[in-house]
Design a protein around this ligand. Structure first.
Ligand code: ACM
Ligand code: ZN
Length: 631
C-alpha cells in the first residue's frame, strides 16, 4: 500500500497537469510555451484594463471592443505608469510595455490579475491569445485558466498572398482578410496588384493603367485546365485609389501587418500594355486586349527599350512613395521568351550587354530593377524564376514551384520565402473535386498544409537561417467572390499559421484538428458572417475499404455543436437521415458489405463534403494493407 501510494499520487498529478494544459489548447497558433497554474481569472464588468502608453491603450481597446461585442459589457481602461503595478492590483488586466520591440510576449494569468509583458506586436498577439482564451468559455462570465504563456514566433515572415487582379475585391473585404490574418498572428500581406487580366493600382503619372487596364470585357467560364465553357459576357474590373491604399496600409499597420505590393514584370503585364502598347517588343506593337482567360501569355515588357525601364522606375517610385514596406515584390514568374527572341531591341540589348541568351536577358532585367529599388533603400522579392540566368545580388526568392528554388537560393546564401504550390497554394482543392467548388487542379488538404515545414530538411542548419518564413498563396481565377476566398482559406490558414509560428516540438495535428479547430470553427460559425470549408467528421475514412465482421466507428464533428448524419444505403446523407449519437457498431454478415456515408452539418447549416467508407466481410485480400483493417 505504502509503495503504491506515490505511484497513484504521481498518476493523479500527471492527469491533472494534462487536463489543465488542455484548457489552454484553444490558442491557434499553439504557443511556444505554456505552464499551467492554479485556479482561474474571471473577467467581469468590473475588470479594469491598465495600460502604460498610447500604443498599449490602443491595443487594450481591442479587448474592450471584443468584450462589448461578445458579452455586452464595457470594461474601463486606466493609465498607470512608473513602477510595476502588476503584483497587487486585483481584477485587472495589465499591459506592461517592454523596452525591446519584438513579436514575443509573456502572459501570466493568476486568479488576482493578468499581466501581459510585450511591446507593439507582442502585446497585440498576447491580446489575440487572450481573446481566444475568452471566446470559448461559454456563458456570460469569462473564466480564464491560470497559467503562464511565453510565446514567440518560429519565423519572422508569416505571409498571406492575395491576388486581386484575376478577380477584383473591394477594400472592405481586404480589411476582413487582414483581420483574419492578424487574429492568427500572420504579419505580412502580399498584395498581388497587377496581371494580364487587370491593373489594380492607381498610378498618377500613368492614368491609362487604371482607366483602360483595370477592366476586361468578360471572363472565362469553367476550368481553363480541364473544361473551359466559353465566356460570361460580363465586364469585370476595378482598382484601388491612392487614398484607399494609404488607408489600407494604416489599417494593416494597426494590426501589425505589413503590406508588400507586387508589380509584375517582365511578364504577366498585358493590362499595362493595353494602356501603353509601346512598352511591348518591336515597332508599333499592339493593340492589346486585357486578358479574359487564365494562363501564360507571350506579350511581355520589351527588355531592349529604355522606355520600359523609365516607365517601371516611375511606377516603382510611386509604389515606394505609397508603401513603406522594406520589401517590394517585382514578380518575375512565367516569362515566355518568344517576343524577345525576334525583337531587334531585345537582341541589341543581348549583344551590347554580352549576354548569352534570353534567360540572361531576364536576369539583366531583374538586376537592373533591383539596382533601382536598392538605390531607394528597399529590397526586391521575386518568384523563383529569378534564379534563372543568374540571381540579382540582394534579391529574396519566393519559392513557388515546390521548394527547389528556395533550397537553391538558400544554398547561394540568399534569403528565401517558401510558398510551394504543392503544399500552401490555397487555390488548390481541399477535398475531392467532385464535391468541391471549382478549384485549381491538385489537392492541398488541411493535414498537408498543417504538416508543411518551411525549413526544409534538404538544408543544413546554417542554410536554414536564410529561410525567412512562408507564405500561403491565394490565386483567384476561380474565386470571383469574397465568400469563395473565405471558403478556400478557412480553415487552411489556421493550419498554415501554426506551421509558421509554433515550434516543431509543440506542433501536433491531432490536438489541432480534434480539440482546437472545432472551437475556432464554432466561433466563426456562430458569428455567421464568414464562409468556411467544413472538414469531414473526425474518424470518417473517405474512399477506404475495411475488411472484417464487426466494426466500431467512432465519429466526432470538426465544428463544435455541429451534428453528423449518416446513411448505410449509399445515398447521400442529410438532416433527414440517422443522427450520429454514439459509436456505431456495424456487423457485416459473410459475403455482405456495408457502405457508411457521413456528413457534418454545423449549427448554422454549413455542410461538409460527404465521406464514403466500405466495410466488407470477405477475408483480407493481400492487396489491402493490413493497417487499414479493424475488427
Ligand atoms: C505563380 O504561381 N505563377 C507565382
Ligand atoms: Zn523587345
Amino acid at each position: 500500500m505504502n509503495k503504491l501510494f506515490p505511484v497513484i499520487f504521481l498518476v493523479l498529478i500527471a492527469t491533472t497537469a494534462r487536463s489543465q494544459t488542455s484548457r489552454f489548447t484553444n490558442i491557434i497558433p499553439y504557443p511556444a510555451s505554456v505552464v499551467t497554474g492554479e485556479g482561474q481569472f474571471t473577467v467581469n464588468s468590473k475588470t479594469i484594463l491598465i495600460y502604460d502608453s498610447e500604443e498599449t491603450k490602443r491595443i487594450a481597446g481591442l479587448y474592450i471592443e471584443f468584450l462589448r461585442q461578445a458579452k455586452g459589457f464595457r470594461l474601463s481602461a486606466e493609465k498607470r505608469t512608473g513602477g510595476n503595478p502588476s503584483l497587487n492590483s486585483s481584477n485587472t488586466i495589465i499591459l506592461n510595455s517592454q523596452t525591446e520591440r519584438s513579436e514575443g510576449y509573456e502572459m501570466r494569468i493568476r486568479p488576482e490579475n493578468i499581466l501581459i509583458k510585450g511591446n507593439g506586436a507582442g502585446t497585440f498577439y498576447a491580446l489575440q491569445s487572450l481573446i481566444q482564451l475568452s471566446e470559448f468559455t461559454g456563458d456570460q462570465a469569462i473564466r480564464i485558466p491560470a497559467g503562464t504563456v511565453k510565446d514567440q514566433p518560429r519565423f519572422g515572415y508569416r505571409g498571406m498572398h492575395l491576388d486581386v487582379a484575376l478577380h477584383f475585391f473591394p477594400v472592405t473585404f481586404l480589411k476582413k482578410f487582414i483581420d483574419l490574418m492578424a487574429q492568427y498572428k500572420l504579419n505580412t500581406f502580399h498584395w498581388h496588384l497587377t496581371e494580364d487580366q487587370g491593373w489594380r493600382l492607381e498610378i498618377k503619372k500613368y492614368p491609362k493603367l487604371t482607366r483602360e487596364g483595370a477592366w476586361r470585357a468578360q471572363t472565362l467560364l469553367g476550368s481553363a485546365q480541364n473544361n473551359p465553357m466559353g465566356y460570361d459576357s460580363i465586364p469585370h474590373g476595378g482598382f484601388y485609389t491612392r487614398e484607399q491604399v494609404k488607408e489600407l496600409i494604416r489599417y494593416a499597420a494597426d494590426r501589425y501587418v505589413t503590406i508588400i505590393p507586387e508589380i509584375e514584370m517582365p511578364g504577366h503585364c498585358i493590362s499595362a500594355l493595353v494602356a501603353y502598347p509601346e512598352l511591348a517588343c518591336g515597332d508599333h506593337p499592339g493593340p492589346f486586349k486585357t486578358i479574359e482567360s487564365w494562363g501564360i501569355y507571350e506579350d511581355v515588357f520589351c527588355a531592349g527599350k529604355e522606355s520600359t525601364f523609365t516607365f517601371l522606375e516611375n511606377v516603382l517610385t510611386e509604389v515606394m512613395e505609397l508603401f513603406p514596406s522594406r520589401y517590394i515584390h517585382i514578380g518575375g514568374d512565367e516569362v515566355p521568351k518568344t517576343r524577345w527572341k525576334t525583337c531587334k531591341y531585345c537582341q541589341q540589348r543581348i549583344k551590347d550587354q554580352h549576354l548569352k541568351d534570353e534567360h540572361e536577358l531576364q536576369s539583366y532585367f531583374i538586376q537592373r530593377i533591383e539596382k533601382f529599388v536598392n538605390s531607394r533603400g528597399r529590397t526586391i522579392i521575386g518568384w523563383d524564376e529569378i534564379l534563372e540566368g543568374g540571381l540579382a545580388p540582394n534579391a529574396i526568392v519566393m519559392s513557388w514551384r515546390g521548394e527547389k528554388g528556395g533550397i537553391a537560393a538558400a544554398q547561394q546564401h540568399h534569403q528565401v520565402i517558401m510558398a510551394p504550390n504543392d503544399y500552401i497554394y490555397f487555390d488548390h482543392y481541399q477535398a475531392k473535386p467532385e464535391q468541391e467548388p471549382l478549384g485549381f487542379p491538385g489537392l492541398n488538404d488541411l493535414n498537408k498544409v498543417y504538416q508543411y515545414n518551411p525549413a526544409s530538411d534538404a538544408l543544413t542548419a546554417e542554410q536554414k537561417k536564410y529561410v525567412l518564413g512562408a507564405e500561403a498563396c491565394v490565386w483567384t481565377e476561380y474565386m470571383a467572390t469574397p465568400a469563395k476566398v473565405e471558403y478556400m482559406i478557412l480553415p487552411r490558414m489556421l493550419a498554415f499559421a501554426e506551421g509558421c509560428w509554433t515550434p516543431v516540438a509543440q506542433k501536433q495535428y491531432e490536438p489541432f484538428l480534434e480539440d482546437r479547430l472545432p472551437l475556432h470553427l464554432w466561433a466563426i460559425d456562430k458569428k455567421n458572417d464568414t464562409h468556411f470549408f467544413v472538414p469531414m467528421a473526425i474518424g470518417a475514412a473517405d474512399n477506404r475499404v475495411f475488411q472484417g465482421k464487426s466494426f466500431t466507428v467512432t465519429l466526432k464533428p470538426t465544428v463544435k455543436d455541429a451534428r453528423i448524419f449518416y446513411t448505410l444505403d449509399d445515398t447521400d446523407p442529410r438532416e433527414t437521415d440517422y443522427l450520429y449519437e454514439k459509436p456505431l457498431i456495424l456487423k457485416v454478415p459473410d459475403g455482405e458489405k456495408r457502405i457508411l456515408k457521413t456528413i457534418v452539418i454545423t449549427a448554422s447549416g454549413r455542410r461538409s463534403a460527404i465521406s464514403r467508407t466500405t466495410y466488407i466481410s470477405t477475408r483480407p485480400s493481400p492487396l489491402i494493407p493490413q493497417r487499414h483493417l479493424s475488427e
